[in-house]
Design a protein around this ligand. Structure first.
Ligand code: LHQ
Length: 264
């Protein structure tokens, strides 16, 4: 598949997915979601990809649904089927990110709004430029959060802050985002690209299988009992104890050297 609204490349174990509609702050379209799904599917099957980065070109990360696509559909006399648009596009994209068995970093270079914020929230780690801003823009146009925003945001910042952001649509700047745990690191805009690359390559050199299993376990644990979680941990740990990365990790510790994980 040729990509028109995103770009994708793999470098040093990192799959870089960039949204490439900078003049529209990388607002999401049907086409962009289709292309993103294709990339996420490829990354999942590619053993050479051990960390994914999702970031935006220009001064925006992602401004959510392209509102012109939304209105253009209506003018055609064939209104956009919103539920189907979400089910077949953004919902699948969000699920694919959450279920990717490797670390996924949102490189939040600029504004993240509406479904664009959901996109950042679906990632496991969020590194932000100090130029980034965050808003649940939906309420400003009379909608509810979608693309998982109602599920993801309270898990990241807690219920009260999530509700406040969702019903006010107020802009949260990068420093406030750091304070409330919406992002884990903020770096100056001119250091952002280097910091993102360093973070991504560090995560690509980590024990990938254990990271994938941790994502799955932590996600499940939020809806399981302690006893169910303990059992799943026992099964998962037994599996990982047979992995090359476990042997390497223990060997490196005993040899007093840095481990070289392969993701297997
Ligand atoms: C845009 C957009 C945009 C088109 C900036 N669309 N052009 C899913 C399914 C179906 C239905 C609807 O909803 C959804 C999920 C959603 O995501 S709903 C939420 C949709 N997003 C928004 O409502 C956010 C709209 N954008 C904004 O509020 C502002 O642009 C923010 C606060 C993000 C940034 O403000 P500024 O930094 O002042 O930039 P700007 O407004 O000047 O935007 C720059 C350009 O990007 C401008 O185009 P122009 O040709 O005038 O230079 C904007 O029109 C365009 N743009 N967001 N979502």
């Amino acid at each position: 598949m040729d990509y028109e609204e995103i770009s994708y490349e793999v470098t040093n174990g990192v799959g870089w997915m960039r949204l490439t509609r900078p003049d529209k702050l990388n607002a999401l379209t049907t086409q962009m979601a289709r292309e993103a799904l294709d990339v996420l599917g490829r990354a999942r099957e590619d053993e050479g990809v051990r960390c994914m980065v999702i970031t935006g070109e220009g001064r925006g990360f992602c401004a959510g649904q392209d509102l012109t696509e939304f209105t253009a559909g209506s003018q055609d006399g064939s209104p956009l089927d919103v539920a189907e648009h979400l089910r077949s596009g953004y919902n699948r994209m969000i699920t694919a990110i959450v279920e990717l068995p490797m670390p996924v970093i949102a490189g939040v270079n600029g504004v993240a709004a509406g479904a664009g914020l959901s996109l950042a929230l679906a990632c496991d780690l969020r590194l932000a430029s100090d130029a980034a801003r965050f808003l649940q823009a939906f309420i400003r146009i009379g909608l509810v959060p979608d693309s998982g925003g109602n599920w993801l945001l309270p898990r990241v910042v807690g219920f009260a802050k999530a509700l406040e952001m969702s019903i006010t649509g107020d802009v949260v700047d990068a420093q406030e985002a750091l304070r409330i745990g919406l992002v884990s690191r903020v770096v100056p805009a001119d250091e952002f690209a280097a910091a993102l690359t360093e973070y991504a390559e560090r995560m690509a050199a980590a024990p990938t299988r254990a990271i994938g299993a941790t994502k799955a376990l932590l996600g499940e644990a939020l809806r399981l009992s302690l006893s169910e979680t303990l059992e799943r941990e026992a099964i998962t740990q037994a599996d990982l104890a047979g992995s090359s990365d476990f042997a390497e990790g223990v060997g490196a510790f005993l040899d007093k050297r840095d481990p070289k994980f392969t993701g297997r």
